[in-house]
Write a protein that binds this ligand. Structure first.
Ligand SMILES: CC(C)(COP(=O)(O)OP(=O)(O)OC[C@H]1O[C@@H](n2cnc3c(N)ncnc32)[C@H](O)[C@@H]1OP(=O)(O)O)[C@@H](O)C(=O)NCCC(=O)NCCS
Length: 379
């Protein structure tokens, strides 16, 4: 297709620009629906596990019992990290923010994989599986290492969510903790052409490698306007401190034109369909913990933002309270998002490769023209 010779205007933030066809997920912003391969997220939530969603995104259908057993075994078999990556994780400064550690270690995994640049379909699928299995191990190991704790071998009898919690905490999670984390994974597994998925697709479209694509995605997810918002939510709740201070805090923040983390969305103009699931979990967990104030503050913020700015809570808003109530350190919230989203990122990379073309948009030049070089000594 011949592009327009002189594009007239840039769509700031590429708003409304369609960048790819995908069979993986559909974000219907006007009616607040999220679809994974034909299934509404409300149909999937609570009925399928994260591993079933991985199969759905990677094979286009929910697995049979046999396919699920095979996938779980295949993921469990990929959990052991190369020694070099473990050494690297241990050598990072303990003060490294976990998203930096994750980005660095995922990139390093490529250095230890002799298949890294093998572009055969089987190898790409294998690397996708390895990354899905290993990103949670990297996260848990870095968290243990920075506390000076021993790194436990993965437990192959546990599913993805339970094994992550086990490696992080050093004890097997309760059934409730496991199912809560699993549902969080399901809700975060894919989300159309979000910024980090776009970054992964741009990277792989140059025929770079799977590890580079996922490294790009992690670096992109990290920002507070994307996955980093969930950390910002807890920081804000802590700063506010109590329910009676919410109204004044938000009024002040809005007067200063500050963004309220966890609120608003580029595509959803109505409720983010993932938010009610997370809100329900946050309500149950906060009540059990005897710390209802977190969810009460969140609900009041959401109420004010809807009334004042017509903006709704997004996925990060209540997931923050869920993770906090599970006792997960704040700086691991975004890495957990990355763990779950690796299912979607890798599926998008494979989809891009199946019908690839270099992604190379244009820009509108707005600088000066016709300048003449003044000799160096006269400048
Ligand atoms: C998600 C987000 C980046 C979408 O951004 P966007 O589509 O580029 O929208 P804009 O930032 O241009 O915002 C449009 C308007 O809504 C306001 N707005 C958007 N989100 C806001 C928020 N969280 N708090 C306060 N105001 C907000 C903007 O100030 C702007 O107002 P204006 O037109 O009066 O200047 C944005 O809503 C945001 O920054 N949210 C907080 C971060 C977050 O939760 N990110 C996770 C997304 S899943």
């Amino acid at each position: 297709m011949t592009p327009p010779a002189n594009p007239v205007a840039a769509a700031k933030g590429l708003e409304g620009v369609v960048a790819a066809n995908t069979r993986l997920s559909d974000v219907k912003g006007d009616i607040g629906e999220l679809i994974y391969c034909g299934y509404n997220i409300n149909e999937l939530a609570g009925k399928v596990t994260y591993e079933e969603v991985v199969h759905l995104l990677h094979h286009g259908h929910l697995p049979t019992p046999k396919e699920l057993t095979e996938l779980k075994a295949a993921l469990a078999a990929e959990r052991d990290l190369p020694k070099g990556v473990i050494d690297l994780i241990k050598s990072l400064p303990k003060t490294t923010p976990p998203m930096h550690a994750l980005r660095t270690a995922i990139s390093a995994l490529g250095c230890f994989d002799p298949e890294c640049d093998d572009d055969s379909h089987d190898s790409q699928r294998h690397k996708a599986r390895k990354l899905i299995a290993q990103i949670s191990i990297v996260t848990a190991y870095f968290h243990r290492a920075r506390q000076g704790k021993s790194l436990l071998p993965p437990d192959h009898s546990l599913g993805e969510a339970a094994n992550f919690l086990y490696l992080m905490d050093g004890e097997k999670p309760s059934a409730e903790k496991e199912s809560t984390m699993d549902l969080c994974y399901v809700l975060h597994a894919d989300h159309g052409m979000n910024a980090s998925t776009f970054a992964a697709r741009v990277t792989i479209a140059t025929l770079s490698d799977m590890y580079s694509a996922i490294t790009s995605a992690i670096g992109t997810l990290k920002g507070p306007l994307h996955g980093g918002a969930n950390e910002g939510v807890i920081k804000m709740l802590r700063e506010i401190g109590s329910i009676d201070k919410v109204d004044a805090y938000i009024a002040d923040a809005l007067a200063q034109k500050k963004k309220i983390m966890g609120i608003g969305h580029r595509v959803y103009k109505t409720l983010d369909p993932r938010a009610p699931h997370l809100k329900r979990m946050a309500q149950i967990l906060s009540a059990k913990l005897g710390e209802a104030k977190w969810i009460q503050m969140s609900e009041r913020i959401a109420e004010i933002m809807l009334k004042e700015k017509h903006l709704q809570a997004n996925v990060d808003f209540y997931s923050a309270t869920v993770y906090y109530s599970l006792g997960i350190p704040t700086d691991l919230f975004t890495p957990i998002f990355a763990i779950a989203r690796t299912a979607g990122w890798t599926a998008h990379v494979l989809e891009q490769l199946a019908d690839n073309r270099l992604i190379r948009p244009q820009s509108v030049y707005t600088g000066p023209v016709g300048l003449k070089v003044v000799p160096l000594e006269q400048r």
